[in-house]
Design a protein around this ligand. Structure first.
Ligand SMILES: Nc1nc2c(ncn2[C@@H]2O[C@H](COP(=O)(O)OP(=O)(O)O)[C@@H](O)[C@H]2O)c(=O)[nH]1
Ligand SMILES: [Mg+2]
Length: 225
C-alpha cells in the first residue's frame, strides 16, 4: 500500500482557481466592470433571460456576453444579433467554466468599454456550482418544467447563488410544480437568496429582475441610472 500515493488533485485545482478568481475580481473592480455568472440546466432559459435583460438594460449600461458551450456557437450568434458583443468559449468537453477560462474571454474585451458582462455558463446544475469564475454575483435559473424537487437533488447550486430566477412560470398551470414548496426548500439551504419568478416568454417578472440588476450594477460602478 505504501507504494501508492493518493493525491487530492481536485483540492489543488480548486484553491488555484480561487486565487485566480480573486485576481480577476480585483481587476474587474478596478475597471468597474460587473461580472455576472448565470448558471442553469440546459434549456432552463439562460440565453432567453440574457436576451430579455439586454433589452431592458441596454440603454443604461454597456453590455457584453461571454458564452460557454461544449461545442457550438448558437447562443453567441443569438446575442450578436442584438448588436451586443459576444465571446464564445468552447470548453471542448468540460462541464463548467473556471476562472482561467473566463479570464481568456475577459482578455478579449476592452474593459474600459463595458459596465456589465454576463457569463452564460455551461448548462449543468452540478459542476459550475463548484467553480468561482471571478464574478461579483452568481445567479441561477430553475425552470418550472424541471420540477420543484431540484434543491433536494442539487443543493450546492442553490446554496452558492445570490439569486434564483424561477423561469417559465407560464407553464405553472400545466404542471404540478409547487412554488411554495420550492421556496421552503431553497430558503432552508440559503436563507439570503433572492427569488424572482419570471417568464421569458410573456415577459412577466422581467422588470423585477431588471430592477434588481440595475441597482446592483449602478452601485458597483458608482453611477446612478
Ligand atoms: N414557455 C416558455 N418557454 C421558454 C421560456 N424561457 C425560455 N423558453 C424556451 O425554452 C427553450 C430553451 O431556452 P434557452 O434560453 O435556449 O435555454 P438555455 O439552454 O438555458 O440557454 C427555448 O425554446 C426558449 O424559447 C419561458 O419563460 N416560457
Ligand atoms: Mg443557452
Amino acid at each position: 500500500m505504501e507504494s501508492i500515493r493518493l493525491i487530492e488533485v481536485k483540492e489543488g485545482i480548486l484553491s488555484d482557481n480561487e486565487r485566480l478568481a480573486d485576481e480577476l475580481r480585483k481587476q474587474l473592480a478596478e475597471k468597474k466592470t460587473f461580472l455576472l455568472n448565470l448558471m442553469a440546466s440546459p434549456g432552463a432559459g439562460k440565453t432567453s433571460l440574457i436576451l430579455k435583460t439586454i433589452d431592458a438594460l441596454k440603454n443604461d449600461f454597456r453590455i457584453a456576453v461571454i458564452e460557454a458551450d461544449i461545442d457550438s456557437i448558437v447562443d453567441s450568434e443569438k446575442v450578436a444579433e442584438t448588436g451586443i458583443p459576444a465571446v464564445q468559449l468552447r470548453t471542448g468537453g468540460f462541464c463548467h467554466l473556471d476562472a482561467s477560462m473566463v479570464k481568456k474571454g475577459i482578455d478579449t474585451l476592452d474593459l474600459n468599454s463595458f459596465d456589465l458582462v454576463f457569463i452564460e455558463n455551461v448548462g449543468n446544475l452540478v459542476c459550475p456550482a463548484e467553480f468561482d469564475t471571478g464574478a461579483v454575483k452568481k445567479v441561477m435559473i430553475l425552470s418550472v418544467p424541471e420540477g420543484d424537487d431540484k434543491p433536494l437533488k442539487y443543493p450546492l447550486m442553490f446554496t452558492v447563488c445570490d439569486v434564483l430566477i424561477v423561469n417559465k412560470i407560464d407553464f405553472l398551470e400545466l404542471s404540478d410544480f409547487d412554488t411554495q414548496k420550492l421556496k421552503e426548500r431553497v430558503i432552508a439551504l440559503n436563507p439570503k437568496i433572492k427569488i424572482i419568478e419570471v417568464s421569458c416568454r410573456t415577459g412577466q417578472g422581467i422588470n423585477i429582475w431588471a430592477d434588481w440588476l440595475r441597482n446592483e450594477v449602478s452601485a458597483f460602478i458608482g453611477r446612478p441610472v
